[in-house]
Design a protein around this ligand. Structure first.
Ligand SMILES: Cc1cc2nc3c(=O)[nH]c(=O)nc-3n(C[C@H](O)[C@H](O)[C@H](O)COP(=O)(O)O)c2cc1C
Length: 211
């Protein structure tokens, strides 16, 4: 493999092809308990300073989605949204076959892993989970929005010291889809640090003396 070779290594094919699919593009079947367990196992392989696992997941599927719909509706009312917006929030909860609530458990006083590293671990876990879902043939998307600040939803999902990160919607892609977002070329974010700082080249007339 060379830097110029554009053929992706076979082992990376699922990672390089992953993209997000929102709830309106997801249909049944959603991942079952076994698939969710493997996705969670993949999330747990993410880098995690101190091994704190500063997150947990709450899976909402089947009939429990009605309960999520009521909670989303209540959050919309709490935020002063009109009846139509509240109805849309209800529908959001019912649309995806499975919704995983992502809850953060940040230890602000941890002696080894500062807060930003714990958030980095949460991001890694989310990415690993979505990659695992994609590799298993499911579509998914991480969503947050103003709802994460809803006192109603925080009460429903969080215990003391916990915060709502958002929701990962999961299901079977409704049809073959393509990524919607172009990504930068790797060279735009990857540079090779030289072993020694470049020696500044002297200007062409350096050393010339006035006569
Ligand atoms: C923590 C987190 C919260 C997000 N919240 C939203 C959101 O509320 N709405 C949204 O459209 N995208 C949200 N995104 C971005 C999408 O999940 C997705 O990454 C983005 O649309 C880019 O699509 P791609 O993954 O196919 O590149 C969020 C991502 C993260 C990591």
């Amino acid at each position: 493999m060379t830097a110029e070779d554009d053929t992706p290594p076979a082992a990376l094919a699922p990672l390089l092809a992953r993209f997000s699919l929102g709830a309106k593009h997801l249909v049944e079947p959603g991942p079952d308990a076994a698939a969710l367990r493997w996705m969670t196992a993949a999330a747990l392989r993410a880098p995690d300073h101190g091994g704190l696992v500063p997150w947990r997941l709450v899976a909402v599927a089947g009939a429990a989605r009605e309960r999520l719909a009521r909670a989303f509706e209540a959050a919309a009312a709490e935020a002063g949204k009109d009846a139509e917006s509240a109805r849309l929030e209800r529908e959001r909860a019912l649309q995806a076959p499975v919704t995983l609530t992502v809850v953060a458990r940040i230890d602000a006083g941890h002696p080894i892993a500062p807060v930003h590293e714990q958030w980095a671990a949460i991001g890694g876990a989310i990415a690993n989970l979505l990659n695992a879902a994609h590799a298993l043939g499911y579509g998914g998307k991480m969503l947050s929005g103003g709802k994460v600040r809803s006192a109603t939803l925080q009460r429903v999902f969080c215990g003391p010291g916990e915060q709502l990160v958002g929701w990962i919607v999961l299901g079977t892609p409704a049809r073959a889809m393509r990524p919607r977002h172009d990504k930068p070329a790797p060279e735009q974010v990857l540079s090779l640090w030289p072993a020694a700082p470049a020696v500044p080249t002297p200007p062409a007339d350096a050393g010339r003396t006035e006569d």
